[in-house]
Design a protein around this ligand. Structure first.
Ligand code: KET
Length: 424
């Protein structure tokens, strides 16, 4: 670790930088804090390194099929085959990404012929995953709405706080999950939002809340709209799991509601999960503005943000997404695959619930059935999570979140039995 406060001076032995006379020389990077690792990604790596053959990965938000593999969707394979066949050049995409993909994303999010899209008041850019979109939006907020506070749900995806704080914004949490009931603390949430300064950013999970699996009802979304409008709050939707909740169209409900209400808002959406293309980094950021002129200004400044960061997004990701969404045959195949992934997760929820209910009849595991999307919040304490990993090879995040899509017909009973053992 570093010692001394000398300025940089050259000439220390072995590339070291000497401090003032008498202080210990130090290396350039010796003062760095070790990175503790990301709680989700490190756990996934620990899982890969675990030699036990019957280990179960419920850590990361990735959809695995019933054989425990990450599926390659037929529509994606065919889109890629078309691209290979065309064997076109690979120029840089424009800063804002592929026009075909951006148009397809707008159609997917808002639905065909939506007024907001038709009137040109939505600025959409293709981003490096939805993570890239979230961060570009955060940097844009820091630059153009500099005093804005950011409010995320308690709890939220860990990286939300990290991304917005990393952009230099102050991040706070509004009440959300109710551990006592397994529902949403809606009154407390609404009261908190009602007290926020105008111009605050309110990050909302558009569907399939991560980590809890507990979503707002349609009536609750509808109740939020006048509050958001009257208080001048700016929603920032994260739509990473479209299709995993109730359906591709159904999961766009909140987004379309805010658009119909004429609110100005951000939405970062992802294809990582819905097209099973995690490593392609396929996502987008859209900002719904008051009118076309404003959307053009916003798009321009989003482009400036991207240019000084990663310059432009991936041409391969754009090719996949644009083709799958625009080609009717590929689109139908994709919709069928999303429906199959969604119903397999529901079947696993049911199987997990039934085994646990049989083994621990005194407890209510009904939340496994009502929670939506990839995740369930089990309520397991960190010590129980550790036991599951160490004794049973079942990996989940220490908050007690499980990725239900890591369950399959070969491991669900064993996993349920392990959970039953630690809750005993
Ligand atoms: N938003 C949410 C809510 C989310 O859960 C993830 C990923 C992302 C955005 C990022 O998706 P992208 O691939 O950048 O479009 N979540 C899983 C993986 C991770 O942590 O990176 C997870 O929670 O396990």
């Amino acid at each position: 670790m570093s010692a001394g406060s000398g300025g940089l001076s050259s000439g220390g032995p072995g590339g070291q930088v000497g401090g003032a006379a008498g202080t210990a020389p130090r290396t350039v990077f010796g003062h760095l804090e070790p990175y503790a690792g990301d709680p989700i990604l490190s756990l996934n790596e620990a899982f890969q390194a675990d030699p036990r053959p019957d280990k179960v990965n419920l850590s990361i938000g990735i959809y695995f099929d019933d054989a425990g593999r990450i599926p390659v969707l037929d529509c994606v394979r065919r889109a890629e085959a078309q691209m290979l066949e065309e064997s076109g050049p690979k120029p840089y995409l424009p800063i804002e990404g592929s026009a075909a993909m951006r148009k397809a994303v707008q159609g997917l999010l808002f639905g065909a012929g939506h007024e907001a899209v038709a009137s040109g008041r939505v600025a959409t850019l293709q981003t490096v995953g939805s993570s890239g979109g979230l961060r570009v939006g955060a940097d844009f907020i820091r630059r153009w709405l500099p005093g804005a506070q950011v409010w995320i749900s308690d709890p939220s995806w860990d990286n939300h706080r990290a991304m917005f704080e990393g952009a230099g914004l102050a991040v706070h949490a509004y009440p959300y999950y109710d551990a006592a009931t397994g529902g949403v603390r809606f009154d407390a949430m609404r009261d908190t939002l009602a007290g926020l300064p105008a111009g605050s950013i309110v990050l909302l999970h558009a569907c399939c809340h991560n980590p809890t699996g507990v979503d707002l009802s349609r009536a609750q979304w509808e109740a939020l709209v006048p509050l958001l409008r009257e208080r001048g709050l700016i929603p920032y939707l994260d739509l990473a799991y479209q299709g995993y909740g109730d359906g591709i169209e159904e999961d766009a409900f909140a987004l379309r509601l805010l658009a119909a209400a004429g609110l100005t808002f951000f939405v970062a959406n992802s294809f990582s999960k819905s097209m099973s293309v995690y490593g392609e980094r396929a996502g987008a950021l859209s900002v719904v503005c008051a009118d076309r002129a404003e959307a053009e200004l916003v798009l321009g400044q989003l482009k400036a943000t991207v240019r000084r960061n990663y310059s432009s997004p991936s041409i391969h990701a754009a090719g996949i997404v644009a083709r799958v969404l625009a080609d009717p045959v590929l689109r139908a195949s994709w919709e069928a695959d999303v429906a199959a992934m969604r119903s397999r997760i529901q079947a696993m929820r049911r199987a997990l619930h039934d085994v646990l209910a049989a083994k621990r009849p005194g407890r209510d595991f009904g939340y496994f059935l009502t929670q939506r999307g990839m995740f369930s919040y089990t309520g397991l304490a960190a010590a129980q999570v550790d036991r599951l990993r160490e004794e049973f090879g079942v990996y989940l995040v220490r908050s007690g979140r499980i990725c239900v899509a890591g369950l399959n017909s070969g491991n669900v009973e064993r996993t349920a039995a392990a959970i039953a053992a630690v809750v005993a």
